[in-house]
Design a protein around this ligand. Structure first.
Ligand code: BGP
Length: 472
């Protein structure tokens, strides 16, 4: 659709940016925090561990002041479960509670609305030892943790996100360091989807709890949605794209919004003897969630072809790389799309298409909880970072988001990844995303001083004009 007139972003539009606790905070075992799966994993060769990160734990005041200077209306951060509950369940850590109280209050001091992710890739290590999401009790562990959050922060936090990228936890857990499969498991697919089922039930419980405990709050999921294109107009490729979309995207949103399993995914799991076990009442809990909005992370689209072969190929795909499922779909490199320095395809028009598709399926307001460009930024001798490539990436995505609004989609906010440089899921500190540069290298912690990148000043102007001025 060509629009003659641009539509403005709504007045209340939540401009901001995102981070996650285990990637930004550091202080990984300080002040009573228990280790998470991220603290005990073997980090990929050549990448930093997660003990210091951007040291936001000690520098949150400076960081929030910089976000306020950019004009943020919201800051999306996550709470570290094991900072609040070092063993994952049971005793609460008062210093952990205090840290997020301070962080939330600091945001509110500047009129920045906290957008709080309850769980972002960091299962308490103590719960990993008890079987992680394979253990049916994980549903109650998460619900109890949710209660602690709602009780302590619900008086000030209006916007909540449940589980960050549950689809990536399920589809590429080993790459992001999160999948624990109990020893002796013979049907790994079944076990993985049993874990996924427990997360789905836990999420629904948390949403219902939020509505019961905090009637004015709003809560939603935060999957990573990447619209899947068929590689050609061959009808078989279209069928493959439907399969891939169902497995990667719609399973998660169909469940969050309608409380039912996607049919194509169910058929695929049946075929592989991998149907998750329900216990009595799960179907009712799953239908009780009702998100108020959809949060989703978008980095790129994915393309695929039909797959005739039933032979399994080992996959090491990360969150944004296409992969194959024999007999279901086969990943394909889209020849129309450029890639980032780290090999992720760049597709701003696909952003518009993804927003439109989600809106037509679910008709809920949407907030972008991640979108951004990882690059090897360089700090110049005079303390500048000339990241025009990031400005270009963000500008083109914001333009497409604005067109999606003109198409009739209901957008409530935009939080690119990331507010500040932090550690990547598996590619270390050198893969930077922030508006704020952190002066450290992979292993040399240097000064940890903060510097405003060129994108910082650009985003400041974007926010000040409510998205009307996207020029340099
Ligand atoms: C998302 C995760 C984030 C973040 C981002 C960038 O999948 O939710 O935690 O890290 O991707 O990915 P990466 O760090 O792998 O570059």
């Amino acid at each position: 659709m060509l629009h003659e007139k641009k539509k403005s972003f709504p007045e209340y539009f939540l401009w901001g940016a995102s981070t996650s606790a285990y990637q930004v905070e550091g202080a990984s075992l300080l002040d009573g925090k228990g280790p998470s799966c991220q603290d005990v994993k073997k980090v990929p060769d050549g990448t930093s561990d997660l003990t210091v990160c951007a040291d936001q734990y000690h520098r949150y005041k400076e960081d929030i002041a910089l976000m306020a200077e950019m004009g943020f209306k919201t800051y999306r951060f996550s709470v570290s479960w094991s900072r609040i509950l070092p063993e994952g369940t049971g005793a609460v850590n008062p210093k952990g509670i205090q840290y997020y109280n301070d962080l939330i209050n600091e945001c509110l001091k500047y009129g920045i609305e906290p957008l709080v992710t309850m769980f972002h890739f960091d299962m308490p290590a103590a719960l990993d030892r008890r079987g992680s999401w394979s253990n049916r009790e994980s549903v109650d562990w998460f619900a109890d943790y949710a209660k602690v959050l709602f009780k302590n922060y619900g008086d000030r936090v209006k916007y909540w996100l449940t589980i960050n990228e549950q689809n990536m936890l399920t589809l590429c857990g080993p790459v992001i360091g999160t999948l624990t499969i109990p020893e002796g498991t013979t049907n790994i697919l079944k076990e993985t989807y049993q874990q996924n089922h427990h997360m789905l039930v836990a999420q629904a419980k948390a949403m219902a709890l939020c509505h019961a405990m905090l009637p004015k709050a709003k809560i939603g999921p935060a999957p990573n949605i990447s619209l899947i294109y068929p590689a050609s107009c061959n009808p078989k490729d279209v069928l493959a794209a439907q399969n891939y979309n169902a497995l990667r995207n719609w399973l998660y949103l169909d469940m969050a919004v309608y409380g039912r399993y996607n049919d194509l995914v169910w058929a695929y799991l049946e075929e592989h003897d991998a149907i998750p076990e329900f216990i009595e009442g799960d179907d009712i809990v799953l239908k009780s969630g009702h998100p108020d909005f959809i949060g989703f992370n978008y980095y790129n689209t994915t393309t695929c072809t039909w797959s005739d072969s039933m032979e399994a190929a080992g996959s090491t795909a990360d969150q944004q790389s296409a992969f194959d499922i024999p007999g279901f779909f086969k990943g394909f490199k889209n020849p129309h799309l450029p890639v980032t320095e780290f090999g992720w395809e760049i597709d701003p028009e696909g952003f518009r298409a993804t927003i439109r598709e989600i809106y037509s399926r679910y008709h809920l307001p949407m907030i972008i909880t991640e979108n951004g460009l990882g690059a090897y930024d360089k700090l110049t001798d005079d303390g500048k970072v000339h990241d025009s490539y990031r400005i270009e990436y963000l500008r083109r995505h914001i333009e497409q988001m604005q067109l999606a609004i003109a198409d009739g989609c209901d957008m409530m906010g935009y939080c690119p990844w990331s507010a500040i440089d932090l550690i990547s899921t598996h590619e270390g500190m050198v893969k930077r995303y922030g508006f704020i540069y952190v002066d450290r290298e992979e292993f040399d912690l240097k000064t940890m001083d903060r510097y405003r990148k060129d994108s910082f000043y650009w985003y400041q102007k974007v926010i000040a004009t409510n998205g009307q001025d996207l020029s340099d």
